[in-house]
Design a protein around this ligand. Structure first.
Ligand code: GN1
Ligand code: MG
Length: 330
């Protein structure tokens, strides 16, 4: 990952997206992957993101197409800015990839605070899915094998085999054995209809005003997949009051409200609707597996040095958090 660059450089990058002064920059709360900045410029408020190297220019182009299609059909999603040569991304001299968008009103939240919030955010997700279902676009910049659970499972088995006999594996033997046993039970049928999906529905990817979800953000993980991966990922993130670092606590009222809100707007078949609980279990065990894989690889997820002594320790805590949630829901 390219290191954080100073606010001063962000200033320069803002001008590449046509933002003119006076330009002020402040770091914004970020996810585990990108670095985000709020920018004030003459024309208003914007968001600039330095993207993780897993994201390619094609990813930004997909996001621009999909958000335009959704926005034209009244779904509140960001409008990405174009550079002077008309691209929805900018490659800085030292190699980092950037994108910019108009800042939308509303605040982001790290946890769902009430069933009403879950209902509203899920209805917005359902609306997004129903709208982009008719967009016949094949994503070109999807992260290879993202939410491809069978593939991630094969990679995971290899990593475990490589570490056979090691201290690292000894420490997580029970967690790894549990993942190996459970993932195959939750795989979804490979015949489900595919469409554009968002790919990363954690609650911090929505904006809210009061209990109402007012925008869906992010769009760096769009791909063609079953929409069940999105509602599964949403439920995984929203119904766990403890967040991803703590001991899991499943919130049934939030689950019920989210499923109801989602089904009120998404155009799911009976078969898909019946698979929502399984998608929830799948995305939970998939993320546990991804965290545990990175416990071994130690290369991917960002980590909090104030709370943990290393990325490995943070990934292990996250793995156990997701496994706790999984155990609570099976
Ligand atoms: C990552 O970067 P962020 O926080 O938006 C990850 C998601 C995980 C999430 C868990 C591209 O998302 O798949 O669910 O962390 N995104 C990528 O917090 O790997
Ligand atoms: Mg993301």
């Amino acid at each position: 990952m390219v290191g954080i660059i100073s606010n001063m450089n962000v200033d320069v990058i803002a001008t590449e997206f046509g933002l003119t002064g006076p330009v002020t920059v402040e770091p914004a709360p970020s996810g585990l992957i990108h670095k985000t900045f709020f920018v004030n410029a003459a024309d208003g408020e914007f968001v600039l993101q330095q993207l993780h190297e897993i994201v390619r220019p094609e990813t930004c182009e997909d996001a621009a197409v999909i958000t335009k299609y959704a926005r034209e059909r009244a779904v509140p999603v960001p409008e990405f800015l174009l550079t002077r040569d008309g691209r929805p991304w900018y490659r800085a001299e030292h190699g980092s990839l950037w994108r910019a968008m108009k800042r939308l009103p509303g605040e982001s939240r790290d946890a769902v605070r009430s069933p009403d919030e879950a209902h509203s955010a899920a209805a917005l997700l359902g609306q997004f899915h129903a709208v982009v279902k008719t967009c016949a676009y094949e994503c070109r910049g999807a992260i290879p094998h993202f939410h491809d659970t069978p593939h991630i499972f094969e990679q995971f088995k290899k990593v475990v085999a490589v570490h056979e006999g090691s201290e690292l594996l000894a420490r997580v033997r029970d967690d790894a054995a549990f993942v190996l046993q459970e993932v195959p039970k939750q795989l979804l049928p490979s015949t489900l209809p595919r469409q554009i999906v968002h790919g990363d529905l954690k609650i911090s990817n929505f904006l809210f005003e009061g209990p109402a979800a007012t925008a869906l953000l992010d769009f760096d993980t769009c791909m063609n997949h079953t929409p069940l991966v999105d509602i599964g990922d949403a439920l995984r993130s929203w119904c766990n009051a403890a967040g991803e670092d703590g001991e899991a606590a499943f919130d049934r009222a939030i689950y019920d409200a989210a499923v109801e809100g989602y089904c009120s707007r998404a155009a799911l078949s009976e078969e898909e609707r019946a698979l929502i609980p399984q998608a929830f279990r799948l995305l939970t065990i998939e993320l546990a597996m991804r965290f545990l894989k990175d416990y071994f690889d130690d290369v991917y997820f960002g980590w909090n040095a104030e709370k943990f002594s290393s990325r490995r320790e943070h990934n292990l805590a996250r793995t156990r958090g997701q496994l706790g949630l999984y155990r609570a829901i099976i």
